[in-house]
Design a protein around this ligand. Structure first.
Ligand SMILES: NC(=O)c1ccc[n+]([C@@H]2O[C@H](COP(=O)([O-])OP(=O)(O)OC[C@H]3O[C@@H](n4cnc5c(N)ncnc54)[C@H](O)[C@@H]3O)[C@@H](O)[C@H]2O)c1
Ligand SMILES: [Zn+2]
Ligand SMILES: [Zn+2]
Length: 403
């Protein structure tokens, strides 16, 4: 079969690789109908991880079951399924408690596994024609409808970034009436903002500097904040204080709460320097979140930070160590959440919101491509070029399909 293979920094190619097959009785093999390219793939693409050449890429996968192992009872050939990016056994101490992101069995080297990702176990990715899914019963979310129907893109986003955006909102304690600041208007940030609204947030600010992405944020009812116009925390505080309705509802002393109750980092360790976006400043977002979050607020750090970063600025950053405004966060009594999303914890309820027509996360999808175009799409997505906010691969197709 053909698959997208990582060759080295800035280079992926579409290669012939061995077809996956049922290796264990609990396996399932899925014929991929759609696979997403993710901001997380770019960390590997750019050489900002410890990946070795040869990785078959892709952790955002869906398709139709082609083959089931002899121990698989509840799934059949022909079932339409989406695969949470976490590979999990379904029965260990952590999986049983819902933390499939920290499965103790799927990866010998750490807690947690994924398809097509360095350090996340031996599993191949799904930017390919076929994918082996271990512990098939635990790792397949069953879907209604037929491949390629009008919900295909919405369902694909259940593999990672819709649950990830929702998890960020959960960690940031977003509730009805909440005020929220989301840093990053990439696919994850946009779906975090969207999830905040699904959860009933009152005001959602989205910070970035890419006009196409900020426009998407506005389209869903968020307030765009362009970080090129000044420190985002100050901009948000001013926007709130200058709003006569917000100001008019404040009692004496409440201007101390002119920031937001909920903050989300949807950028991670490759955060850009606000003053010079051609440079990275690993802690720029964390610092601004500490500034903008109100006393007693909460932060969800969903953007990735890694213990090894060959491109980190300085020795400490190369080992994932950063200087942070810990005192300010402590003084404010802020709750912090971070880490990988336990996708399966959310995928059924979010799937059912999609089925009921109450959620349509595919508004972020900007392009569909055949497998052969993946190398070009990686390059353009990496440069954050217009039209490449969220690219979905359709491995069975030969030419790009219009949106
Ligand atoms: N925790 C998880 O399980 C999980 C899952 C999926 C993705 N992620 C991570 O989420 C992050 C975002 O993913 P994505 O697909 O949206 O990627 P992306 O790279 O497309 O989006 C990041 C956005 O952040 C913006 N940005 C950069 N520096 C900024 C700054 N200082 N302030 C505000 N915005 C800034 C960029 O312009 C870009 O639009 C990545 O780190 C990705 O690895 C985490
Ligand atoms: Zn992803
Ligand atoms: Zn497990």
């Amino acid at each position: 079969m053909r698959a997208v293979v990582w060759k080295g920094p800035g280079k992926v190619s579409v290669d012939e690789v061995q077809d996956p097959r049922v290796e264990r009785a609990t396996d399932v093999v899925v014929r991929i109908t759609t696979a997403g390219i993710c901001g997380s793939d770019l960390h590997m693409y750019e050489g900002r991880t410890a990946a070795q050449p040869g990785v078959v890429m892709g952790h955002e996968n869906m398709g139709v079951i082609e083959e089931v192992g002899s121990a698989v009872q509840q799934l059949r050939k022909g079932d339409r399924v989406v695969l949470p990016f976490n590979v999990s056994c379904g029965t260990c101490f952590n999986c049983t408690r819902g933390y499939t992101s920290a499965c103790l069995v799927a990866n010998d080297d750490a807690a947690g596994a994924a398809y097509g990702y360095v350090g996340m176990g031996p599993y191949k990715g799904g930017q390919a024609e076929l994918l082996r899914v271990p512990w098939g019963e635990a790792n397949c979310i069953k879907l209604p409808g037929t491949p390629g129907d009008e919900l295909e893109d919405d369902f694909l986003l259940l593999s990672d970034i819709f649950p990830t955006g929702y998890h960020a909102a959960q960690m940031a304690n977003v509730q009805p009436g909440s005020t929220v600041a989301v840093f990053g208007a990439g696919p994850v940030g946009l779906l975090a903002a969207y999830s905040a609204m699904l959860r009933g947030a009152a005001e959602v600010y989205v910070v970035d500097a890419i006009p196409e992405r900020l426009k998407k944020a506005e389209q869903i009812g968020a307030i765009a904040v362009d970080f090129r116009k000044g420190p985002p925390a100050e901009q948000i505080r001013n926007l709130r204080l200058q709003n006569p309705l917000v100001r008019g509802a404040m009692r004496r002393g409440e201007e101390k709460m002119a920031g937001v109750m909920c903050g989300i980092d949807a950028v991670g360790y490759q955060a850009k320097d606000f003053a010079d976006p051609s440079q990275e400043d690993h802690t720029s977002v964390t610092e601004q979140l500490a500034e903008v979050v109100n006393p007693t607020g909460a932060l969800g750090i969903i953007g990735v930070f890694l213990p090894q970063d060959p491109g980190g600025k300085g020795q400490a950053a190369k080992h994932g160590e950063y200087q942070l405004p810990w005192g300010k966060l402590w003084e404010k009594g802020v709750q912090l959440g971070m880490g990988q999303t336990p996708v399966k914890h959310y995928s059924l309820v979010l799937r059912d919101l999609i089925i009921a027509g109450r959620a349509k996360p595919s508004f972020i999808v900007s392009r569909h491509i055949p497998l052969a175009d993946a190398p070009d799409a990686y390059q353009k997505f990496d440069r954050r070029e217009p039209g490449y906010t969220k690219v979905l691969i359709r491995p069975a197709e030969q030419v790009a399909t219009p949106l």
